[in-house]
Design a binder for this molecule. Structure first.
Ligand SMILES: Cc1cc2nc3c(=O)[nH]c(=O)nc-3n(C[C@H](O)[C@H](O)[C@H](O)COP(=O)(O)O)c2cc1C
Length: 174
């Protein structure tokens, strides 16, 4: 009997050839949110692996929503162009269905990359003050984030929608 894992599945118009999804994996390899050659290589090789769906790493919808200063973003025209370059190269060689994890890091934001310890970066060391639904620190040894107000909630809703509009046409297979 063939395993269900290798059977096609459909989610509305999205038809996947099998049920294997490559999880989103932060690469901490972007500059000002812009995808780099590393992303091209990373996503390119994963797109050739035969998975039914490839999900692009957590991609911040505003700069202060990045986990680290080197996280991928989709909050500027430069970010959009950099991701476009990567996706065009991937699409030229693979028709794997693509997804993206649009993200806001909340209180996890402004951290060092895991290989640099993962702790909070202070604003005077190149970090920023994270925002979150509540002013609860990520770790007891770190300062708390700023609690979001109504304007923050409205802004984040807007930038998330803008991020979706920036990537939706580029993820489609043509
Ligand atoms: C290098 C690395 C980067 C990751 N980046 C993300 C991410 O961007 N978004 C996310 O939701 N999870 C991320 N994760 C978590 C994975 O998506 C996955 O949920 C986790 O590895 C647990 O899955 P597993 O039990 O199959 O290992 C990451 C994991 C690894 C190892």
């Amino acid at each position: 009997m063939t395993s269900p894992l290798f059977q096609p599945i459909e989610f509305r118009q999205l038809k996947l050839p099998n049920r294997i999804m490559v999880s989103p994996m932060c690469q901490y390899s972007a500059t000002d949110g812009n995808a780099s050659d590393w992303h091209l290589i990373h996503l390119g090789q994963l797109a050739l692996g035969g998975a039914g769906l490839l999900c692009i790493e957590a991609t911040a919808v505003e700069a202060i929503g990045r986990i680290t200063p080197a996280c991928l973003g989709l909050y500027s025209d430069d970010n959009e162009a950099a991701l476009q370059r990567v996706l065009s190269a991937v699409r030229a060689h693979a028709d794997t269905p693509l997804a993206i994890q649009l993200a806001h890091a909340g209180r996890k934001a402004s951290s060092y990359a895991p290989w640099d310890g993962g702790k909070l970066i202070a604003p005077d060391a190149g970090g920023w003050v994270p925002i979150a639904p509540s002013a609860l620190a990520f770790s007891p040894s770190e300062p708390p984030p700023r609690e979001m107000n109504a304007a923050d909630l409205a802004r984040v809703r807007g930038v998330r929608a803008r991020g979706a509009a920036r990537c939706a046409p580029r993820l489609r297979r043509h």
